[in-house]
Design a protein around this ligand. Structure first.
Ligand code: NAD
Length: 359
């Protein structure tokens, strides 16, 4: 049985990753370190609450003593690091906690892992680049989950590749870029076995209410205005969360040490199109006249389509115009492909929210 440390897996992506990973790998046990900030939710982990191979620890990745204790107690053989402050709007209002968690937290994990693996009682140094026959990868590995936002913004054309220079524009993306650089330095300075994946916007079940897609669904169903920043023309590449989980799994097990892999869905959509697509799905599955919880008190006329609720609001300061990922490297080197297109993924996502809506 191998034990790996996962961080931040009471949040959106991590809580999708844990059940996927434990089901696929019966020889793995995971220690899930999560502070349960406002973004973490134990409800997200209900599927694995009785699973003995999932050990949940409430705590801060910045707490060095705790992280050292976990490495020693569980003989941690790998890390996949999800934990972060992740919402751009919050980073504009309160950047300090982003530096603390995303930069200092990543440093703490990396440094404890390095000391434990390279200098500690396990002396992995000798077998450092030895292939692990059970996984095809190398042990032990530190996998850092990052974002395409580190690359800054694009014009109407072009894609982010792994060679695109970093140009982060928000305190969130700057803190993620900084953490990527620290990971990179541990590879180049100490030879640590690191992998970084930079992904585009995820969507799917269990995402926090504050993010765009849950915000659209929640407000539409309640009959509230659906807020869309600026002119609604900001473009993101959308990645279904389980496609992302498969990409992380591949990069963790088969990615080359020291490499970065971009993971994107090849699904560019602007925010207005996203809102309209969701409204159309809701019109079909739960038309307004059948939605008993729809309360159009804030609007004058009872609309026939959810789309009438779309309302443009003042743009976010420094709002990047377009992100788009070139996923060729992970596709060619590791054989990964996004299985969902936006239409299939968003339908599954809306259905997931609707199942909970009726509870
Ligand atoms: P999330 O905000 O849903 O979850 C973050 C989790 O980290 C929460 O459970 C929270 O309690 C935990 N956490 C926060 N601070 C912590 C701390 N100091 N110590 C321990 N745990 C802490 O985030 P997510 O959307 O699941 O994102 C996961 C990772 O993927 C992040 O690193 C994020 O930057 C990256 N990412 C996310 C997206 C996306 O679209 N969601 C896109 C690109 C990259």
């Amino acid at each position: 049985m191998k034990t790996i440390l996962l961080t931040g897996c009471a949040g959106f992506i991590g809580s999708n990753f844990v059940p996927y990973f434990l089901e696929k790998y019966p020889h793995y046990r995971v220690v899930n370190l999560d502070l349960l900030t406002y973004a973490g939710n134990m409800e997200n982990l209900k599927e694995v609450e009785n699973e003995e191979r999932h050990i949940f620890v409430k705590g801060n990745i910045c707490n060095r003593e705790l992280v050292e204790h976990l490495f020693e107690t569980y003989d941690i053989e790998g890390v996949i690091h999800f934990a972060a402050e992740s919402h751009v709007d919050n980073s504009i209002a309160n950047p300090g906690v982003f530096v603390e968690t995303n930069v200092n937290g990543t440093f703490t994990l990396l440094d404890v892992a390095y000391k434990h693996w390279m200098e500690g009682p396990f002396q992995y140094k000798e077998q450092y680049f030895v292939e692990d026959p059970s996984t095809g990868g190398t042990v032990p590995r530190f996998h850092h989950i990052s974002t395409d936002e580190v690359y800054g913004t694009l014009g109407e054309t072009g894609l982010f590749t792994e060679k695109t220079p970093y140009a982060p524009n928000s305190p969130y993306s700057a803190s993620k870029a900084s953490s990527d650089m620290i990971v990179r330095s541990y590879r180049h300075t100490y030879g640590m076995n690191t992998v970084i994946t930079n992904c585009s916007n995820n969507y799917g079940p269990k995402q926090h209410d504050e993010k765009l897609i849950p915000t659209i669904i929640r407000n539409a169903l309640a009959g509230n205005p659906i807020p869309i920043y600026g002119d609604g023309k900001n473009i993101r590449d959308w990645l279904y969360v389980l496609d992302h989980c498969r990409g992380i799994d591949l990069a963790y097990h088969e990615g080359k040490a020291g490499e970065t892999y971009n993971i994107g869905g090849r699904n560019e959509r602007d925010n207005l199109t996203i809102a309209r697509t969701i409204c159309k799905i809701l019109d079909e599955i739960l038309p307004i006249e059948k939605n008993e919880k729809f309360n159009p008190s804030s609007i004058i006329h009872h609309p026939s389509s959810y789309e009438s609720l779309i309302t443009f609001v003042k743009d976010r300061p420094g709002h990047d115009r377009r992100y788009a990922i070139d996923a060729t490297k992970i596709e060619n080197e590791l054989g990964w492909r996004a299985e969902e297109n936006f239409e299939s993924g968003i339908l599954k996502t809306v259905q997931w929210y609707l199942e909970r809506y009726h509870d």
